[in-house]
Design a protein around this ligand. Sequence first.
Ligand code: FPP
Length: 249
Amino acid sequence: MKGEAMAVQEQENVSLPVIPRHIGIIMDGNGRWAVKRGLPRKAGHKAGAKAFERVSEYCEKIGVKYLTAYAFSTENWRRPPEEVEAIMDLLREYLKNAEERREKNSKVRMLFLGDRSALAPDLQEKMDRMERESANKTGITICMAINYGGRDEIAHAARELARLAKAGSLSPEEITPELLEKHLYTRGIPDPDFIIRPSGEQRISNFLLWQSAYSEFIYRDVLWPDFEPEDLRGAIEEFAGRSRRFGGI
Ligand code: FPP
């Protein structure tokens, strides 16, 4: 890690004390950003999608391996239908752009976390295809959490284990955290080093509940559409100063 960080410093002329392996982002504050400007809330989500492009490009450039973004939660269905539709349209557009980049040899691997069965069939199909076609990419892995909820994810894993137990291929004693983890949407992905939440709110909102057991939390007062790579650099510096003990001393 240190070597990689040094190489990026030379290349980018920035001083990064460490390059986190996995960053989680709660893209909060889009609505407030729009309201402040007298714009419809969907304009805030559009600006939020642009902010994500800036931040993910920066993460790719500095060598972050995994970036997980909370794009739509299992609770977000409670929003007015036109807002839900606007977010889904932005996801469609994001997928279209990602597909174009893939055709131009982008190294990005895409994964989608969440229950996609409730999404429009065309979106599901695009997500499946993008996962399949980017599966062997070696650059950053972008995990987009869509119709995702941490509790829902754990319940989903529990259901899978219960089915195995009912079928007789698993005994209850064999159920360990390590086994349950293999049934999460994030199986195979390291836990996030830190989770950043902009917009001044300080809560986890059902995001990566299991995976964030030892993650650092970093909060920023800036609204997500105004979030710049510079803000992420500041967050990485703050993270580097934290002392992580993982329950030890
Ligand atoms: C939370 O802000 C944000 C969301 C519920 C949606 C986030 C979705 C996007 C940024 C667009 C899709 C993403 C990509 C990358 C294509 P909020 O609306 O709750 O903000 P508020 O608290 O100010 O109302």
